[in-house]
Design a protein around this ligand. Structure first.
Ligand code: AP5
Length: 200
């Protein structure tokens, strides 16, 4: 089983690259952002609660998000693997993920960290905002999301570095070029079991 985490700040291309990864490696896509937006669209109790946080650019509490992982991952344990996109975002979420997969002896294989300069992130989110229909793509909320990423999610880089699982990919390039670098990191891992530290 190939269990990937695609990690990075808002606008770094996690969703875009996940679509490519799903096709190439036949993985199940787990995007908490998408799952939460579906709940909001259906106006469920979870959706109503999540919206309060998403609209402010804050993280949705772990006790809402982690059960989403359990439910979805349990359904697809026979799949060739997962790509986790936008999850985990806190140490508590990372521990829940490790606990779930280590117990089944199918640990996280590789964490692909997509590195993009802050002004480019902001530019991409603003570019998308014209037709995304996302309530969190406004100017102020986008800035807040970037701040929250630094405060609450960046500490996961050290968490996965300590496990020797993270590869940093330069995401300041066209989509196909970034995908080429990500695929190179994954193929190297699959062929040699080695995790490259950085791909420029
Ligand atoms: P989520 O949906 O996960 O959004 P995000 O992390 O803020 O990321 P984005 O979707 O903005 O960007 P992305 O990195 O996927 O980039 P994309 O491919 O779209 O989360 C939304 C909210 O839900 C959170 O703020 C939080 O409130 C809540 N939430 C979600 N998960 C949670 C969790 N685990 N815990 C708690 N709360 C959670 O690309 C962006 C744009 O750039 C697109 O227009 C794209 O076409 C373009 N682009 C992509 N790559 C390139 C490239 N290489 N060059 C030029 N343009 C590019």
């Amino acid at each position: 089983m190939l269990n990937l985490i695609i990690f990075g700040p808002p606008g770094s291309g996690k969703g875009t690259q996940s679509s490519n990864l799903v096709k190439r490696y036949k993985l199940v896509h787990f995007s908490t952002g998408e799952l939460l937006r579906e709940e909001i669209a259906k106006d469920t109790p979870v959706g109503k609660e999540a919206k309060k946080y998403i609209d402010k650019g804050l993280l949705v509490p772990d006790d809402i998000v982690i059960p989403k992982l359990y439910r979805r991952a349990s359904k697809y344990m026979d799949s060739p693997g997962f790509v986790f996109d936008g999850f985990p975002r806190t140490i508590v979420q990372a521990e829940a993920l490790d606990q779930m997969f280590n117990k089944r002896k199918i640990p996280i294989s590789l964490v692909v960290s997509v590195v993009v300069e802050e002004e480019e992130l902001y530019r991409r989110i603003m570019g998308r905002s014209e037709d995304s229909g996302r309530s969190d793509d406004s100017d102020l909320v986008a800035r807040r999301r970037l701040e929250i990423y630094k405060e609450e999610t960046m500490p996961l880089i050290s968490y996965y570095k300590a496990q020797g699982k993270i590869v940093a990919i330069n995401g300041m390039a066209p989509v196909d070029e970034v995908f080429g670098k990500i695929s190179h990191a994954i193929d190297t891992y699959l062929e040699t079991n080695k995790i490259l530290a950085v791909i420029h």
